[in-house]
Every structure is written in C-alpha cells, then in structure tokens.
Design a protein around this ligand. Structure first.
Ligand SMILES: *[C@@H]1O[C@H](CO)[C@@H](O)[C@H](O)[C@H]1NC(C)=O
Ligand SMILES: *[C@@H]1O[C@H](CO)[C@@H](O)[C@H](O)[C@H]1NC(C)=O
Ligand SMILES: *[C@@H]1O[C@H](CO)[C@@H](O)[C@H](O)[C@H]1NC(C)=O
Ligand SMILES: *[C@@H]1O[C@H](CO)[C@@H](O)[C@H](O)[C@H]1NC(C)=O
Ligand SMILES: *[C@@H]1O[C@H](CO)[C@@H](O)[C@H](O)[C@H]1NC(C)=O
Ligand SMILES: *[C@@H]1O[C@H](CO)[C@@H](O)[C@H](O)[C@H]1NC(C)=O
Ligand SMILES: *[C@@H]1O[C@H](CO)[C@@H](O)[C@H](O)[C@H]1NC(C)=O
Ligand SMILES: *[C@@H]1O[C@H](CO)[C@@H](O)[C@H](O)[C@H]1NC(C)=O
Length: 220
C-alpha cells in the first residue's frame, strides 16, 4: 500500500514536472516562421527528389508509384502506390523531417534577434532544441502539413481547421491567482488530512499483519 502510494505520488510529481517543462519550453520559444519554401531552389529540388525516392522505394519500385509528385515551388507533395498504402510514418518522410530541422535552425536564429534579451538567449536556444531539433526524425517530431492530393494544390502548411486543440485556448479558465489567506489556512486542514490518512495506513498495516498471522495460523 505504501509502495503504491509512493509510486502514485512519483507519477504525479513527474507529470507535473514534465508539464511545467513543456510549458517552459513553449514560453521561451522566439517569434519565427519557417517553411521549406524559404530554402534555395537547389535545396528544395534536392529535398523533393529525396522525398520522391522514398515514395518509389516504399511503393516497391518506379512503376508501382502511380502518384509521386513534389512541387518544388510550393513543396506540396503526394505519394500513392499501386499495390499498397504508403506506410512510412509521417516523421520518416524527408520533407517532414527537413521541415523539422529547418524549423529548429530558424528558431535558433530568431533567438539571436536583438528582440530577445541576452539573458534569455540560452533558454530560447534550449526551447528550440527541445521543441524541434532534438525531435527531428523521431516519432516525437512535430507534424508538418505539406502533403496534398494534387501538385497544383498549394498546401495550407497548417493543421486542418476545427482541430480540437484550438478550443484549449479559451480564456474562460484563466484562474485568479490563489489568494494567500486561503492557502495559509489550508495548511492546517491539510496536515489534519495527512495525519488521518496515515492513521488509515497504520490500520491497513495492522490488518495486513492480522491476515498474515491468520494465514500463518491456518498453516498449523
Ligand atoms: C523554466 O524552468 C527553469 C527550471 O526548470 C526555471 O528555473 C525557470 O524559472 C523556468 N522559467 C519559466 C519562464 O517558467
Ligand atoms: C496528409 O497526410 C495525412 C497523414 O499523414 C493524411 O491524414 C492526410 O489525409 C493527407 N492529406 C492529403 C491531402 O493527402
Ligand atoms: C506548382 O505550384 C505552382 C505554384 O502554385 C504552380 O504554379 C504550378 O503549376 C505547380 N506545378 C504543378 C506541376 O502543378
Ligand atoms: C471559447 O471561446 C469562444 C470564443 O471566444 C466561445 O465562443 C466559446 O463559447 C468558448 N468556449 C468555452 C468553453 O468557454
Ligand atoms: C477573453 O475573452 C473575451 C471575450 O470572450 C475577450 O474580450 C478578452 O479580450 C479575452 N481576454 C484574453 C486575455 O484573451
Ligand atoms: C478575479 O479577481 C477579480 C478581482 O481580483 C474579480 O473581479 C474577478 O471576478 C475574479 N475572477 C474570477 C474568475 O474569479
Ligand atoms: C485576497 O482576498 C482579499 C479579500 O478576500 C483581497 O482583499 C485581496 O486583494 C486578495 N488578494 C489577492 C492577491 O487577490
Ligand atoms: C484560519 O484558521 C484559523 C484557525 O484554524 C481561524 O482562526 C482563522 O479565522 C482562519 N482564517 C480565515 C481567513 O479563515
């Protein structure tokens, strides 16, 4: 029981910690915008070719990829195989990975902007690494939105609308800072709760001891 409680508390503490970290990283991100369309034409051309090569390979050969395009202007791309559904994970497609890497670089560059105070630059860089660079090419890579159904369609470069995350930004939940007088008084009742909890724990231990004794007795 005690072990369980300890693990439970550890899990809560960890969740709170990683949540705080995530919020922290996001808060330290600089203002920046990055799209692969900002890259030079030779670079875009190269990324497109690599991406199309992945499509061909994943489909199983040049004549098994009836849909395989990448628009060097928009970086909109698509892949469709004749014998299967392309089964690379989103983060494995070169375009998505390059978008992540480019975002990390653009992010770090933005940290050097005079608008970011010098004392905040290190945290700014860390936020870029946490959010992008360290995640590129892994399942934790942030999603990218370049894939389209036709080479003439310009990608929105953004998540599809009416996605659930948008509603998380409502300000109705904005809490008033906890009022000091309340929290001071809480500590008294808090320790009361704790002591009653631990006495329940003692009772539990006593019960366990009784069960052990009882089962020990039944052995005889
Ligand atoms: C970010 O986290 C560090 C430690 O993890 C903390 O010292 C710092 O105050 C946090 N900054 C913000 C803005 O929350
Ligand atoms: C883009 O890819 C995602 C999954 O990676 C898929 O759900 C979506 O339908 C694709 N969009 C287009 C236009 O192909
Ligand atoms: C690629 O995108 C550009 C810009 O939207 C467009 O003018 C061009 O026609 C597209 N290429 C193809 C093959 O659709
Ligand atoms: C969130 O905000 C939008 C517009 O500000 C509003 O229409 C909606 O009712 C809000 N939702 C909640 C749950 O407060
Ligand atoms: C909160 O929402 C109200 C209306 O829904 C808006 O007038 C106000 O500016 C918002 N405040 C913030 C901090 O977003
Ligand atoms: C927050 O506090 C202000 C005054 O400090 C009060 O007017 C407001 O109603 C409070 N809002 C909530 C949601 O408690
Ligand atoms: C706390 O509450 C009291 C009254 O209940 C109020 O006068 C005081 O301004 C509040 N303090 C804060 C920080 O909201
Ligand atoms: C806090 O608790 C003490 C004793 O438990 C009580 O005397 C006092 O009135 C309480 N203060 C408030 C603001 O409730």
């Amino acid at each position: 029981m005690k072990l369980f409680a300890t693990i439970y508390i550890a899990v809560i503490a960890f969740a709170a910690f990683s949540n705080a970290q995530a919020q922290n990283a996001t808060a330290n991100l600089p203002d920046f915008q990055f799209l692969l369309t900002q890259k030079s034409e030779p670079e875009r051309d190269n990324i497109c070719k690599t991406n199309m090569g992945f499509c061909e390979t994943n489909c199983g050969g040049p004549n098994k990829a009836p849909m395989n395009f990448c628009n060097v202007t928009t970086m909109g791309w698509g892949c469709g195989c004749s014998d299967k559904i392309p089964d690379l994970s989103a983060f494995q497609w070169p375009i998505n990975r390059e978008h992540c890497i480019g975002s990390g670089e653009a992010c770090k560059l933005a940290c050097q902007d005079p608008k970011v105070p010098n004392e905040k630059k290190p945290d700014c860089n860390l936020a870029c690494i946490d959010t992008y660079t360290s995640k590129c090419g892994t399942a934790a890579q942030p999603p990218a939105y370049y894939n389209v159904s036709d080479p003439a369609i310009v990608p929105t470069y953004a998540p599809p609308k009416n996605s659930v995350t948008d509603s998380a930004n409502n300000n109705s939940t904005s809490t008033n800072g906890t009022n000091g007088s309340q929290s001071t008084n809480n500590s008294a009742s808090e320790s009361k709760k704790q002591s009653s909890a631990s006495s329940i724990n003692h009772l539990g231990n006593a019960a366990v001891a009784l069960v052990i004794v009882a089962s020990g007795m039944s052995l005889f």
